[in-house]
Write a protein of this length. Structure first.
Length: 602
């Protein structure tokens, strides 16, 4: 309450005796939860200060929402000049949490205990403790942060039963998630032909994203792929190989979808009363009707939104715990704000990957309102300066508190950058970047076979795109990148440093064609140096390049006055380095990258 009049009495306002500002992690508005995963080391920070010169103490307390027992961790002053305090916590429970930062005058000591769950702080003076407002935190399972995804079209493998036969090879390459594009019936009206032509020939399968025909909609399986029992068998086979299935969640309909006839009020209408098809100028999708998520008819919005949730509930009931969401930025933010918590309240292990190649504020807002992961602009970041700038934003900026990147060098829609008519080295270097810069990455099938032919000089899609036709591939063809993919996924699993997002540190150098970056994580080893990896990539797929790096040995946990080993996990070659300025040379004809495990010599 503010001061009332000249002689008014101040009875408390927003600021307490001690100021606690800028608590992180948090989302921009603070209304939605920041993100963590079970067992992740999460740095909680706050700016804490008080008038005068009294010494302060602070702690962070956190608990699952609804739990009476608080956990706590003391904070330390890490930047005295700006009054910044930090602590590291490791959430152990799935779901919604709240955390609070508390501070008190350290000199006013009492006999108060410090047991976990008590409501008072060690050493605090009664009436002098100040607490921040509760900050929400959502804790996911590990797959929301870490994972290798592989996308395949079951129809190109002979349906769901044939796709089961492909799973052994996918698992052998070390993937964690098998992502399937829509497996539902495909409409006949305005069906697209090869290369997105408007004239489909008899037998052309059409686009899987034109969902629905007379046999069913979003909860049906395309008869050419099998039935729901075949899908259940596919899920069981995937689980048996230590992977999981991610399913496409595309909220749109073909003109033949049952909803078009049963719920015409759920679609956009032109002035002449006809339903409007989808457009993304200059592209036109005559085979797709977008949904109107804000229909005017009484009760229509609630009915539509619940119908969309029913789709997720159906597939969750068949073992799916990960969904890749098609074009979420074309649906209202309010819909996702409602839908994602509604699903996760019952199934907190479900994760959502946003496929939203859109403007930065829109992409960030989708992450804020609840998406577990986000496709990014990685596909279009190819030069050293832009990669550094973008990764600094993703790993160390405010977005790191709530937006988790998933790097894809290619998708069925996108063949871009050096991959267009690209060499083997181009595919290798982009693969290494995607797999080692961030904890989650994915590839669309055919990447290992170096598929590189664009639809045209200006079109980013593939020529003979699998979106519009069945693709027959020779998986045993010589020259496959499968061995490199297998090696990289094995390296990722063996090195805990690759399972973290915020530990990325770029290493200085003088050659813009060489990108070097380090990651470090504690691994419980006897050496005390932890797990330190250094990745060096030649960004030029055509020429050899060399550089002298500038390592911060102390920050990497390496000895300052003794040699140390740099073991290349890709080539199984060990180098002995001494000092902070090692020389590197990479020839793309031999190997475009090093992935080096740095360790002290025993």
């Amino acid at each position: 309450m503010p001061v009332t009049g000249v002689r008014g009495w101040y009875s408390g306002g927003v600021i307490g005796r001690i100021v606690i500002d800028d608590v992180r992690p948090r989302t921009p508005t603070g209304r939605y939860p920041a993100k963590a995963v079970i067992g992740e080391a999460v740095t909680v920070g706050a700016t804490v200060f008080k008038d005068g010169h009294d010494p302060l103490a602070a702690r962070v307390r956190w608990r699952p929402v609804g739990d009476r027992k608080w956990r706590q961790e003391p904070m330390r002053l890490v930047a005295p000049g700006i009054d910044r305090w930090e602590a590291v916590i490791e959430p152990a429970d799935l779901g919604r949490h709240e955390l609070v930062v508390e501070a008190w005058v350290d000199g006013e000591r009492t006999a108060v205990g410090t047991a976990v769950g008590e409501d008072t702080a060690a050493g605090e003076g009664a009436g002098h403790r100040t607490a921040s407002e509760p900050h929400p935190l959502w804790v996911d399972r590990e797959r929301a942060l870490v994972g290798a995804w592989y996308e395949l079209f079951p129809r190109s493998e002979g349906g769901l039963r044939g796709a089961v036969d492909r799973l052994d090879a996918v698992a052998a390459m070390g993937f964690d998630v098998v992502y399937l594009p829509p497996i539902h019936p495909i409409g006949h009206t305005a069906r697209k032909g090869p290369n997105n032509t408007r004239a489909a020939r008899p037998g052309d399968p059409g686009s899987p994203w034109a969902i629905g025909d007379e046999s069913g909609g979003h909860t049906a399986v395309h008869p050419d792929l099998g039935d729901i029992h075949d899908f259940d068998a596919f899920v069981a086979a995937t689980d048996g190989l230590g992977m999981e299935v991610a399913l496409d969640y595309a909220l749109q309909c073909s003109p033949d979808h049952p909803w078009v006839h049963e719920h015409p009020e759920w679609f956009h209408r032109r002035p002449d009363g006809t339903i409007r098809y989808a457009e993304n100028p200059p592209k036109k999708y005559e085979d797709i009707y977008p949904l109107n998520f804000w229909p005017a008819a009484p009760g229509a919005r609630e009915a539509l939104w619940h119908a969309c949730k029913d789709i997720l509930d159906f597939w969750i009931g068949h073992g799916v715990r990960a969904f890749r969401v098609d074009n979420p930025h074309t649906k209202p933010m309010a819909f996702w704000e409602w839908l994602i918590p509604a699903v996760q309240d019952d199934h907190p292990d479900v994760i959502f990957l946003a496929e939203a190649f859109t403007r930065p504020p829109v992409m960030a807002k989708l992450a804020e309102v609840g998406f577990s992961q986000s496709y990014t602009y990685f596909t279009w970041r190819t030069f050293r300066a832009e990669l550094v700038e973008y990764l600094e934003e993703l790993c160390h900026g405010p977005k790191a508190d709530y937006m988790r990147p998933n790097f894809w060098p290619n998708t069925p829609d996108i063949l871009s950058g050096p991959l267009r008519l690209g060499s083997r080295a181009a595919f290798e270097l982009r693969l290494v970047l995607a797999a080692t810069l961030v904890p989650s990455y994915g590839v669309y099938s055919g990447y290992e076979l170096l598929e590189n032919e664009p639809a045209s000089e200006f079109n980013e899609e593939y020529l003979h795109s699998e979106k519009y036709e069945v693709k027959t591939r020779d998986w045993q063809r010589s020259g496959s990148l499968a061995p490199l993919i297998t090696r990289l996924n094995d390296i990722r699993r063996r090195h805990p440093a690759f399972a973290e997002l915020r530990n990325l540190r770029f290493v200085p150098g003088s050659n813009d064609a060489i990108l070097a970056y380090a990651k470090r994580a504690a691994d419980g080893s006897d050496t005390g140096f932890g797990d330190t990896v250094l990745t060096v990539v030649n960004l030029d797929p055509h020429r050899a390049h060399e550089d002298v790096l500038g390592l911060d040995l102390a920050a990497l946990g390496l000895p300052l006055d003794a040699p140390f080993e740099a073991h290349d996990e890709l080539s199984d070659t060990t180098y002995v380095w001494s000092g902070s300025n090692p020389y590197v040379r990479l020839d793309p004809e031999v190997a475009p990258a090093h992935v080096l495990h740095l360790r002290a010599i025993p």
